[in-house]
Design a protein around this ligand. Structure first.
Ligand code: G3P
Length: 217
């Protein structure tokens, strides 16, 4: 399973990259705003800065909600750097734009997926990735991981190559369950990624090893 980090914070991206396990980055307008990145030029420069840090795909989201606007914006974003993936909302014009981009060799990430029907349309439009938001489904007492399972089954039935990018991941168990189900990618916060390392028996065992070494040296 590929590990993406879901942030626009350059320090956190650097920290995840330094771990050697990072495969890409996802951002959205809210994450950009959280870092205080505003204005078209600043946002474009920030995407370029992210691409300089990581080796993998970097999702950059369009703001337009009409077909022509999404195509115009997406082409500008894709020209910024070869690692850019154009992120498009799963609305009718977004599906049309996704088809346009896939026909023209531009990578896409269809976002705000909350149902398997939306996932099916994204695959049919040739999306590179599509992002079901599991945490936000859990927030409204709906089974986010169940959606990942359903999409996995549908994509496998037909051999769709669109990658399931589990998004709105909030904690370590989301990551582990996504891996069990067979999501192609998960994107989550650095805290959830680093949380995978934590085990009290590892800490105790290491302390014991070091104490025993000291006794003999
Ligand atoms: O990748 C989607 C993500 O940014 C949404 O996460 O935690 O705001 O639901 P969250």
């Amino acid at each position: 399973m590929k590990f993406f980090i879901d942030t626009a914070n350059l320090e956190q991206i650097k920290e995840a990259q330094a771990l050697g396990i990072l495969d890409g980055v996802t951002t959205n307008p809210s994450l950009m705003a959280k870092e205080g990145i505003t204005g078209e030029e600043n946002i474009k420069n920030h995407y370029k800065a992210i691409c300089e840090i990581v080796d993998g795909d970097v999702s950059a989201e369009v703001i337009a909600t009409d077909f022509e606007g999404m195509v115009r914006e997406g082409e500008v974003l894709a020209d910024l750097h070869p690692q850019i993936v154009v992120k498009i909302p799963v609305i009718a014009d977004g599906i049309k734009a996704c088809k346009y981009f896939s026909d023209n060799g531009i990578k896409t990430n269809v976002t705000l997926i909350f149902s398997s029907g939306q996932a099916l349309l994204a695959a049919k439009a040739g999306a590179t990735y599509m992002s079901p938001f599991i945490g936000r489904l859990d927030d409204i007492s709906t089974d986010g991981l169940g959606l990942i399972e359903e999409i996995r089954l549908i994509y496998d039935n037909y051999g769709y190559e669109t990658q399931i990018l589990a998004a709105s991941v909030r904690h370590t168990m989301h990551i582990i369950d996504c891996a069990k189900i067979g999501a192609d990618v998960m994107t989550g916060p650095l805290s959830a990624i680093k949380g995978l390392l934590k085990h009290p028996l590892t800490d105790l065992g290491l302390a014991q090893f070091l104490a025993d070494y000291k006794k003999g040296n």
